[in-house]
Ligand binder design. Structure first.
Ligand code: NDP
Length: 340
């Protein structure tokens, strides 16, 4: 890896998330460059490449994967495409950073993990919230026993889907739309990270208010039971403009309150409340996406796992799918324990 021969990234998907966060995060890694983008539309791909200063564009994922300058791919297409694209990338020997939800079914997600293992390439899931300084501080507090045994968690992740994203998420079930696969999957991953525990059961109810169509939900309230006994309450929506976000962990000896922490931005505050009173916890904010890609690059060098592994992506998907099932049936759904 030199200045003439950087570690090359190929983008699969001319997406908003790549434009708004990930191209910059990839370029922030020393010795790394974004060398090509694949879009289903040659014309849009060309315009996207030009807009973002990417040297090559193609309308063929195979062509991108055949490019010897591409060492790894970042996959941020709509969710139904992730499976075939990860399988193709693995077959081509390219490392894979894939967006969440990894796939639409657990079997598909497991096939993706297995393909990358068999090919000996690194695969990770882009669950950005684990990289937030706020969530890492909350995790440290829980682990250090600051609140005693954790009993409850509450996640406030009801937001307003910005107009430029009001597309497939709202009317394409076949593309993995709906708030549960979009947002609840992040809540699941963040809680798994903070609590070091796995969800085992889910109940929930969805709402279809002003936005979603075609049987999709644009809001959900759900409860998860974790294998350490914690009950977690989740509120996720696309339709709420002024709620603000947050995450709370309540334990036998204290409570941790994170405000404005379920976000893509490096912002938010953490407060610890115990018998000693209320204390603001210092947090050194940094870009969630730059940190996530840095962890992926370290994993490529054999220095530890990525921030969210492929297996984390599978387990967080299993949780989101259990919420979907619980809401559909109106009963308690078991979270599948995938064989990974
Ligand atoms: P976009 O809708 O911006 O992009 C998804 C696909 O839609 C692109 O691959 C592109 O297809 C197509 N597309 C984009 N813009 C247009 C357009 N103007 N006209 C026609 N087609 C278009 O989705 P997002 O960037 O919001 O999400 C992509 C993935 O990233 C999803 O899996 C999502 O869940 C995930 N995501 C993750 C986030 C995170 O923080 N981890 C945040 C946001 C999204 P093509 O490639 O063929 O051009």
């Amino acid at each position: 890896m030199t200045q003439e021969h950087p570690f090359g990234w190929g983008l699969i998907g001319a997406s908003t998330i790549a434009a708004e966060h990930m191209i910059a995060a990839l370029r922030a890694q020393p010795g790394h460059a974004v060398v090509a983008v694949a879009s289903r539309s040659a014309e849009r791909g060309r315009a996207y490449a030009e807009r973002h200063g990417i040297a090559r564009s193609t309308d063929s994922v195979d062509a991108l994967l055949a490019d010897p300058d591409v060492n790894a791919v970042y996959i941020s297409t709509t969710n139904e495409l992730h499976r075939e694209q990860v399988l193709a990338a693995a077959a081509a020997g390219k490392h894979v950073l894939c967006e969440k939800p990894l796939a639409l079914t657990l079997d598909d997600a497991l096939a993706m993990v297995q393909a990358c293992r068999d090919a000996g390439v690194v695969m990770a899931t882009n669950h950005h919230l684990r990289n937030a300084a706020t969530h890492r501080r909350i995790r440290d507090l829980v682990r250090s026993g600051a609140i005693g045994k954790p009993l409850y968690a509450r996640v406030f992740h009801a937001v307003y889907l910005p107009p430029h994203l009001q597309g497939w998420r709202l009317d394409q079930p076949q593309a993995g739309g709906g708030v549960i696969l979009d947002i609840t999957v992040h809540d699941a991953d963040t809680l798994r990270f903070i609590l070091d525990a796995e969800p085992v059961e889910a109940v929930g109810m969805t709402q279809r208010a002003a936005m979603a169509r075609e049987g999709l939900e644009d809001g959900v309230m759900a409860v998860l039971r974790f294998d350490n006994g914690v009950l977690a309450q989740l509120h996720d929506a696309f339709t709420v403009k002024h709620a603000g976000t947050g995450l709370e962990i309540h334990g036998e000896q204290g409570s941790i309150v994170g405000r404005n922490v379920m976000t893509q931005q490096p912002v938010g505050e953490v407060v610890l409340r115990t018998a000693d009173g209320e204390r603001s916890i210092p947090v050194e904010h940094e870009s969630l996406y730059v940190r996530g890609v840095a962890a992926f690059c370290a994993a490529l060098r054999g220095e530890g796992p990525p921030a969210a592994t492929a297996e984390d992506g599978v387990r967080s998907l299993a949780t989101a799918l259990a919420v979907v099932e619980a809401c559909r049936t109106g009963t308690t759904a078991r979270v599948a324990t995938p064989l990974i």
